[in-house]
Ligand binder design. Structure first.
Ligand SMILES: NC(=O)c1ccc[n+]([C@@H]2O[C@H](COP(=O)([O-])OP(=O)(O)OC[C@H]3O[C@@H](n4cnc5c(N)ncnc54)[C@H](OP(=O)(O)O)[C@@H]3O)[C@@H](O)[C@H]2O)c1
Length: 325
């Protein structure tokens, strides 16, 4: 079958970061007991796929590995489905994101950039007819991460005020759109004026330069930037507020962790990673019910995947890059 896969890893200083990327053919997958085969109609790209090509989160002995975490397609009975990318141990019960043996598709099990992908039966969620395959394929990683940050870990409710740092990011744009759809007051920061303007267009009520003093203290901050914005995030919270962190794009080491403020204002620091099958189903229902849709930067044939990888590596995207079959 057709597949986009990693055949080798590029060294960190390589001229061509995609030297290990192959657009070619791989054997048809065979579904083990309890698994199902999904015919992929659309899949979307994440930074995770770029890191996989450098060997981050992927072991050499797992190569060749079909890339891709996110997909929507048809199950064996022809039902339209969204694929949940978190594969947990078959014996695991409860929240899959707490399973220490969980993996994301394309880490241990072959990924979604192919004609077909096999996943545990419980890893498919019905796709509503109102949503295109391209839109549905955006949800399983960045959008699910944003949903869990806001509504599970952040426990935010309509009427609360939230700050989203680094408005141009993949997770950050999902946070802005979902927070607005969920009835929150949405403040966002970006270093870039054009990205601040786009943030307003997609649902932010107010935008500020990174690090600017805000006119109000917020109930929660959604952090994916890390070092560059941490101090500002802590200083923007009301007493008892929460910072929810799912990434550290600018680095994980802090100049000032603001520990005094954290204890004196009784702030809560909450980690968040991916989401459960149940949360993916709730996200799909939320989008179906509100008419809100993921932002798609471009949808291109999967045969042109190299173009999508290059655009993401250049930071030249606002929203998701989708590959169609
Ligand atoms: N835990 C999970 O399950 C999960 C899932 C998905 C992603 N992630 C993580 O979340 C993070 C964000 O991912 P993403 O795909 O959204 O990344 P991204 O698209 O590269 O966006 C990151 C944003 O961070 C901001 N930024 C970067 N460097 C900065 C700096 N020095 N100062 C201020 N802002 C800076 C930028 O915002 P502006 O240019 O607008 O200022 C940028 O748009 C990554 O670390 C990723 O690993 C985690």
């Amino acid at each position: 079958m057709f597949a986009v896969y990693a055949d080798s890893f590029a060294p960190a200083d390589a001229d061509d970061p995609f030297s290990g990327l192959v657009i070619g053919e791989r054997p048809d997958p065979v579904a083990p007991d309890g698994w199902t085969t999904v015919t992929v109609k659309a899949a979307s790209l994440n930074h995770h796929d770029l890191w996989s090509l450098r060997g981050v989160g992927l072991r050499e002995e797992s190569l060749p590995m079909i890339l891709g975490c996110d997909a929507a397609g048809l199950d064996e009975d022809g039902n339209e489905v969204v694929v949940h990318a978190v594969v947990s141990d078959p014996d695991w019960t409860g929240d899959e994101t707490f399973d220490p043996r969980r993996s994301l598709l394309s880490e241990k099990h072959q990924g979604t950039f192919a004609d077909r992908v096999v996943v545990p039966r419980r890893n498919v969620v019905p796709k509503p007819a109102s949503m295109s395959f391209e839109e549905a394929a955006c949800l399983p990683t960045a959008w699910l991460t944003a949903y869990r940050m806001l509504f599970t870990q952040g426990d935010l409710k309509a009427g609360d005020t939230v700050l989203v740092q680094g408005a141009g990011g993949g997770v950050a744009t999902a946070l802005i759109v979902l927070a607005r759809a969920g009835g929150l007051r949405v403040l966002a920061t970006s270093r870039d004026e054009a990205k601040r303007a786009r943030a307003l267009e997609i649902g932010a009520h107010e935008v500020y330069e990174s690090g600017a003093r805000l006119p109000v203290k917020v109930d929660a901050v959604m952090e994916t930037v890390g070092r560059a914005t941490w101090s500002h995030s802590i200083r923007s919270l009301r007493p008892g507020g929460a910072i929810v962190i799912s990434g550290t794009t600018s680095g994980p080491k802090l100049d000032d962790a603001e520990l005094t403020r954290i204890f004196f204002l009784q702030l809560r620091v909450i980690g968040s990673t991916m989401g459960t099958r149940g949360e993916l189903a709730s996200l799909v229902t939320m989008l179906d019910a509100t008419g809100t849709r993921p932002l798609i930067d471009r949808a291109i044939p999967m045969t042109d995947a190299r173009e999508g990888f290059a655009a993401m590596a250049a930071g030249d995207v606002f929203g998701k890059v989708v590959f169609t079959r």
